[in-house]
Design a protein around this ligand. Sequence first.
Ligand SMILES: Nc1ncnc2c1ncn2[C@@H]1O[C@H](COP(=O)(O)OP(=O)(O)OP(=O)(O)O)[C@@H](O)[C@H]1O
Ligand SMILES: [Mg+2]
Length: 240
Amino acid sequence: MEALKATGVCRKYGNQEVLKDFGLTLEAGEFVALMGPSGSGKSTFLHLAAGLLSVDAGSIVIGERDVVGMSDAAAARFRRRHVGVVFQQFNLLNEKTVKENVMMPLLLDGSGRTAELQRRAELLLRRLGLMGQEEKRPEQLSGGEQQRVALARALIAEPEIVLADEPTGNLDAKAAKEICKLLKELNAAEKSAILVVTHDPVVAACAKRVHFLKDGCIVASHETNGDPENVSKLYLETYR
Ligand SMILES: Nc1ncnc2c1ncn2[C@@H]1O[C@H](COP(=O)(O)OP(=O)(O)OP(=O)(O)O)[C@@H](O)[C@H]1O
Ligand SMILES: [Mg+2]
């Protein structure tokens, strides 16, 4: 079963067609990068897939459910269990501890602070190098550490897919590299597929495949070979 299958997706802002018959498939557990010039519609697609924005036409199936046509409440419920989201600006709750932030999707879902949930949060925090920080507030952490908390939160429910929009956009090169390495490790250790939107060839090269967005749809898809120079070359070929 695919982690995500988008077909015929259209989305306009006014009379500007941002996505036009857009299609994209991620197999279960697949790690994919989405690249494209500023304004090409990358964030728009992630918001549609997360059920944070509605489509004009088409379908986006995640796991077994089409997120298109869900009410806002149903989309929020679905997201907590099936979709992890990571944004450039972390979006953590400063009045909660690090560990509470990580558990939040499932706490909101009414799961309660079970021993199992606590263990899962601790396991993820350990994997992300954040042991000993669980009781701190997010604002007491560095940007790179906060983004790792956001990653742990995105993975807590073992979602079908993690959608990450420029997760390294607010980080320096060293912290960005650390996030890339962790994305790769997590993709190998966890069941979730990852779709990462990025302008950075180094980040894109962590993914197995890269898709290029132009004029509203995917115009090219390639293996990254784990090589940022290969990604840069493919980017230039696509958009020259
Ligand atoms: N709320 C909105 N209202 C009107 N137009 C919008 C809105 N959000 C996005 N757009 C337009 O849709 C287009 C695609 O925007 P989007 O944010 O998806 O691009 P992007 O590929 O993520 O760009 P970037 O790389 O700069 O983040 C842009 O032309 C943008 O101006
Ligand atoms: Mg964007």
